[in-house]
Every structure is written in structure tokens, then in C-alpha cells.
Design a protein. Structure first.
Length: 295
């Protein structure tokens, strides 16, 4: 756990809180650990300033214009080198479903995208959004979120939900590009298939041999051979490895219970998930979480 002892803090804070969503703009000269609910995800936009961000045991420089997405239980903080103005957009896992019935937008895949981001974003040098144009799009969307969130318009809540979903789509698109970087696939249909799998991984009906075969017009009897020839591993192993990657990240970066993670990823129970994790990663869920919390 990183311990930040500020000399002083200049906090010009503008914040509006709801039960599962909040937006705030804060200016700091140094950083003090915050006592916040652990079930929030946090989208951070550096409006101005520079320094270093600590996430668990990783250190990353930040500057004006950078965007970060922090899972709920990350041990994170900032070593501020130049006075920094932050935009924090925080939301819980229930945020998009709150107004689902009265909204005309289908948010059924948002949680899948969030899991994909958590499982595959390694916070490396490429950053969260590698494409400069996409980064500008996200900045514009974040500015709109701030504007709408502080307005008195009754429709703002739905617009903010749409904007946040759009940001998650752009982020996941960039992470997918990083994930597939260096891999060459001659079959465009297979690339589209991987894209479909990545963003529907939690939907067992869609991500099944029957579902994918039907969607991509491949005979079920030929599907296994087709997938293994292109991916160099079986469909079953690819799906299992993808789910375990998300499970590992959620054990390390969120406070979700192992039972909840197992259920959402389609495992029989937490014991089944733990058994598979030990088989493929040689360590269990508890060991993964304890290693992070002890750091």
C-alpha cells in the first residue's frame, strides 16, 4: 500500500454525488489517500498538471490530456510534480441498469465491455487509448459529461449514460487493437469472430459453438477445426483462458466476491473457478488477491 503524506493540499472540488455515480473536478498540489467506497470504478482525466500515478505495484507518468480507468479496488495514488487538476467520473457496476427500463438504449453489453477492459488493460506504455483521434473523442465526451451532469435538464441522466457507454466502447476498441497487435490473420471473418467473442464473453448462448456457427455461417461440424486452425488453440481453451484472465484481474483489482465472479463468468461455483485458475495459472483466487492486498 502506498502512503502519501502531503505537505499541503489545494483542493478546489466541484462534486455531485448520486448513489452509484459521481463527477468531480479537483485541484491538488500533493495527494492524500482517499477513503472511498471500494465498489466504484473511476475514470480519470488529467485536465492539467503532471506527475506519476501508482496503481498497485506499477508506476506510470501522467500529463495533461491523459485518461485512466481504475478498477474498484486498485491501490492507487499520485505523486504530483506540477499542480494537477483532475476530472473524476466514478460509477458502480449497477449504474447502467438503474434507468434501464425507462431508457431507449440497450445497455446489455456494457458490463461485458467493462470486464474486457479490466481483463486486458495492462497499463503499459501504449496507454489506455493509443489512437490520438480516439483520445480526442474521449476528451470531448468527458467534457460533455461534465456539462450535462451539472445542468438541470431532466434528460441529462440518460445522455450521461450514453456518453459513458460510448467512452467504454472507444476504450475497449483501443485495448482490443493492442491485444491483437502483432497477430496476423488472413481470414477477416475470423477477426470479426474474435471481436464478437471478446464483447459477448459473458453471454453463454451467444458465445457457444451453436451461436457463433450460426452468426458467422460456419457448419457446426467444421467449426472446431476452423477455429483451431486460425487461433492455434481449441475454442474451449480460448474461451476458458479468456474468462480466467478476467477472473484473475477481478480478483486482483476489484472487491467482488469469488462467488460473484464465478457466477458472472459462467463457472459452476467459486470452487470450480478456483480449480481452473490453479490448473492454468498455478495459483488460486485467494492467493491472487492476497498478493495485491499485501503489496
Amino acid at each position: 500500500m502506498f502512503n502519501f503524506k502531503p505537505r499541503y493540499v489545494l483542493s478546489c472540488s466541484m462534486e455531485i454525488n448520486h448513489e452509484n455515480f459521481s463527477v468531480s473536478i479537483e485541484t491538488h498540489n500533493s495527494w492524500e489517500k482517499r477513503d472511498r467506497a471500494s465498489n466504484f470504478f473511476e475514470l480519470v482525466y488529467i485536465l492539467d498538471g503532471e506527475g506519476e500515478q501508482y496503481v498497485n505495484q506499477s508506476v506510470h507518468p501522467y500529463a495533461k490530456g491523459e485518461v485512466f480507468l481504475l478498477p474498484s479496488a486498485s491501490c492507487n495514488g499520485y505523486r504530483i510534480k506540477k499542480q494537477t487538476r483532475f476530472l473524476f467520473v466514478r460509477f458502480t457496476s449497477t449504474y447502467f441498469s438503474t434507468y434501464h427500463q425507462s431508457s431507449s438504449v440497450n445497455y446489455s453489453d456494457w458490463f461485458n465491455r467493462l470486464n474486457f477492459i479490466i481483463g486486458n488493460y495492462d497499463q503499459g506504455e501504449a496507454g489506455l487509448i493509443g489512437n490520438p483521434t480516439d483520445k480526442e473523442h474521449v476528451k470531448s465526451l468527458l467534457n460533455l459529461i461534465v456539462s450535462e451532469h451539472y445542468s438541470d435538464n431532466n434528460c441529462s441522466v440518460f445522455l450521461v449514460q450514453n456518453l459513458l457507454v460510448s467512452i467504454l466502447v472507444i476504450i475497449s476498441r483501443n485495448i482490443e487493437k493492442q491485444l491483437l497487435h502483432g497477430q496476423s490473420f488472413s481470414d477477416k471473418r475470423f477477426v470479426n469472430m474474435l471481436h464478437f467473442i471478446h464483447f459477448n464473453l459473458l453471454d453463454q448462448e451467444k458465445v457457444s459453438v451453436e451461436g457463433i456457427s450460426s452468426r458467422f455461417h460456419i457448419a457446426e461440424t467444421y467449426f472446431s477445426e476452423y477455429f483451431k486452425r486460425n487461433a492455434n488453440e481449441s475454442f474451449r481453451d480460448y474461451i476458458l483462458r479468456s474468462k480466467l484472465k478476467i477472473a484473475e484481474a477481478r480478483a486482483a483489482l476489484t472487491s467482488s466476491s469469488f462467488k460473484e465472479i464465478a457466477n458472472e463468468l459462467g463457472f459452476t461455483d467459486s470452487s470450480h473457478l478456483n480449480k481452473m485458475m490453479k490448473k492454468y495459472y498455478h495459483r488460486g483466487m485467494r492467493e491472487i488477491r492476497n498478493k495485491i492486498t499485501a503489496a
